[in-house]
Write a protein that binds this ligand. Structure first.
Ligand code: AMP
Ligand code: GLY
Length: 419
């Protein structure tokens, strides 16, 4: 398992439950991964030779790549040259995430449903465009990777222009029409030929309650999404997922790995906001605690092009993840704060705390960045899961800890609302 975030802890935790797994390694891992894997602190995901060295030294059979950065930089291509099997898309397919410009062009030329967009490389034509929109709500997006923080939606030119200008100093940008609706995250697993769609999730991207504040990498998640019924899932499959995989194979992008479809369910049906070339964080946490099947044969199917016959069993119970973040996240990130209370949660079966930005120093558990922990709970229904997660959150603390108190509430409100 390559990476050190909450998603990677969840993956290492799930891999370690594999029946035929001898040993899971986490490179570099965090202060939680040692509970289920052997940490490889010498691995730096940005320096591919450290990954290959660790694989040889420890006789690692296969690498699962968690984060987007190494995928965008071609880690799967590099490991293939080194004859080390790895799960994740090649660099050319990872551009679906690492270049929003590439990704939008892919959607447009293949007729996939998405927001209309214009691309800009220079400030003056961008500013003219924004001013000519005359207060229409627009979304400005940095083309390259930005950890969920490269997007601003607003109807005010005075907000959009400085945001876009800052991007244009280093990158190109897209200006999109604003889509109104409900967001859903869909994940597909594919082996280059066949694909499986995983249960729908939602992540809560804004920093503060009531979807206020700046976008973050994700402050919480739920799985499944109670208002996404089988009809809507079928429509998502028919209008978005199937045409996407068909387009990938037409274009020879041979996509093996996890593909994330970020969707807005609008009055006109599902529309694509973005693709990611990997599991979401914190969506992986809620998906994986619900997966009852052994993940190892499934991933072997992905790697070997034999996904076709695979069935995945899921827990009936929904799952919720609440992210505990450091003071200042996402604008800045505090670190070095001791974390208290995790010991008391160890024995609670339906609650799993996945570590993210944590470190152990002289025996003490410390924060080392923005998103610190993901408290993940299952419950008989979503209300119960939410309640369990927050009961667990109440037992954990560190100085400056911030979290959203309304994870899951919007989905519950929609579920309970009169139709
Ligand atoms: P992206 O990185 O493209 O997924 O954008 C991050 C977040 O910004 C999404 O999850 C949405 O909440 C929001 N967003 C992006 N594009 C749009 C759009 N065209 N209309 C409305 N919201 C959007
Ligand atoms: N939670 C969204 C992401 O991983 O980008």
């Amino acid at each position: 398992m390559l990476g050190s975030g909450g998603r990677e802890h969840a993956l290492a935790w799930k891999l370690a439950q594999g029946k035929r797994v001898e040993q899971v390694f986490a490179g570099p891992g965090n202060a939680g991964t040692g509970g289920c894997a052997r940490d490889l602190p010498a691995v730096n995901p940005a320096r591919f030779e450290t990954i290959a060295d660790a694989c040889r030294l420890n006789r690692i059979d296969c690498v699962f790549v968690g984060p987007e950065g190494p995928l965008a930089d071609g880690v799967v291509d590099y490991l293939a040259e080194q004859k080390i099997p790895a799960i994740g898309p090649h660099r050319s397919a990872a551009r679906l995430e690492s270049s929003k410009s590439f990704s939008k062009a892919f959607m447009q030329r293949n007729g996939l449903p998405t927001a209309e967009a214009e691309e800009f490389a220079d400030a003056s034509s961008f500013e003219d465009f924004v001013r000519s929109a005359k207060g229409r709500r627009l979304v400005v997006k940095k083309s390259g990777l930005a950890a969920g923080k490269g997007v601003l939606e607003s109807s005010r030119a005075e907000d959009l222009i400085p945001f876009g200008r800052a991007i244009l100093q280093k990158d190109i940008l897209l200006v999109e029409e604003f889509l109104d609706g409900w967001e859903v995250s869909i994940f597909g697993l594919s082996d280059g030929k066949d694909f499986i769609v995983l249960p729908p999730c939602t992540d809560f991207k804004k920093a503060r309650d009531g979807d206020q504040g700046p976008n973050t990498g994700g402050m919480g998640s739920i799985c499944p999404v109670p208002w996404v019924d089988p009809d809507l899932m079928n429509r998502i499959r028919r209008d978005v997922v199937e045409p996407t995989y068909a387009a990938l194979s037409r274009e020879g992008l041979g996509y093996a790995g996890v593909l994330y479809f970020g969707l807005m369910i609008t009055a006109d049906g599902p529309k694509l906001l973005e693709f990611n070339a990997r599991f979401g964080d914190p969506e992986a946490q809620v998906i994986l605690v619900r997966m009852r099947s052994d993940i190892v044969p499934i991933l072997q199917g992905v790697a070997a092009g034999q996904l076709k016959e695979t069935k995945i069993e899921w827990a009936k119970e929904p799952a919720v993840c609440v992210v505990l973040a450091s003071k200042g996240y996402p604008d800045s990130s505090d670190s070095g704060r001791p974390i208290q209370g995790l010991e008391t949660l160890k024995s609670e079966g339906d609650v799993v705390v996945f570590h993210a930005a944590t470190n152990r120093k002289d025996g003490a558990l410390l924060t080392i960045g923005g998103r610190v922990l993901g408290v993940t709970a299952l419950g008989a229904n979503l209300d119960v899961a939410v309640q369990r997660a927050y009961e667990a959150v109440a037992k954990v603390s560190f100085e400056g800890m911030q979290f959203r108190k309304d994870i899951g509430q919007k989905a519950l409100a929609r579920l309970h609302a009169p139709k």
